[in-house]
Design a protein around this ligand. Structure first.
Ligand code: SF4
Ligand code: SF4
Length: 70
């Protein structure tokens, strides 16, 4: 089994702050942003390469960078 790439941090999307502007989705070139079962924007960390484009593009501060402690 191929070992998963490990990152020292993750990006997380707080759907309560998201205003669904789609800026993050347009910026992401890795298919990291998707719409979940509750019709909220979300980040698929399996696709996310931590480029930070969504984080910088978000006008409402819904995306934050969180250190990966595991
Ligand atoms: S950090 Fe980059 S790869 Fe990850 S979801 Fe945001 S834009 Fe996509
Ligand atoms: S850029 Fe921010 S406000 Fe816009 S859809 Fe993405 S998370 Fe929501």
């Amino acid at each position: 089994m191929a070992e998963k790439k490990k990152f020292k941090f993750n990006y997380v999307l707080d759907s309560t702050k998201c205003m669904a502007c789609a800026a993050c989705e347009l910026e992401c070139k890795f298919n990291g942003i998707y719409i979940d079962d509750n019709v909220n924007y979300a980040i698929n960390l399996d696709n996310c390469n931590r480029c930070g484009k969504c984080f910088r593009a978000c006008p409402s501060g819904a995306i934050s960078r969180v250190n990966n402690v595991a």
